[in-house]
Design a protein around this ligand. Structure first.
Ligand SMILES: [Zn+2]
Length: 141
């Protein structure tokens, strides 16, 4: 599938990544699936609950996912995926990201180099859970 996000929402994510540096930031992507495309309406910043190694891992607890699912439904939206940043690393999923991913959801990763947000890529777990496939990221700068 592809993920479409407005330039304004992507900028919010990049700003969150900049502020969180040198730690990873994270959040949820809320929107709608329309005709095989995921359309992000709102990127919602969350707290990184990974207390031990927040510089190279992020954690969103199940209760926070549930709370955001309820928030999304109230707005007629659903959770399309999650975003996080990679401080001083390329926006490629790590082994940890692979172990903690769920099918169907989009995983948007933004690289942050020395505090400056860089390239963003979006990933989706393969159906056999063995790896991530890159998905098209569409934005209207
Ligand atoms: Zn990661």
């Amino acid at each position: 599938m592809s993920l479409a996000i407005s330039g304004a929402e992507l900028e919010k994510i990049r700003e969150h990544a900049r502020i969180a540096y040198p730690n990873e930031c994270c959040g949820v992507l809320l929107g709608k699936e329309v005709g095989g495309r995921k359309l992000v309406v709102e990127a919602r910043a969350l707290e990184n609950a990974q207390g031990e190694s927040p510089r190279n891992r992020y954690l969103i607890t199940p209760d926070v996912v549930l709370e955001n699912d309820g928030y999304a439904r109230l707005k007629g939206l659903e959770i399309l995926g999650f975003y996080h940043s990679h401080p001083d690393h390329p926006p490629l999923p790590s082994e940890y990201d692979l172990e903690n991913a769920w099918p169907w959801f989009s995983y948007l990763i933004v690289a942050v180099s020395q505090g400056s947000p860089g390239e963003a890529m979006s990933w989706e777990l393969a159906k056999d859970w063995s790896r991530f496939n890159r998905e098209t990221l569409k934005t209207d700068h």
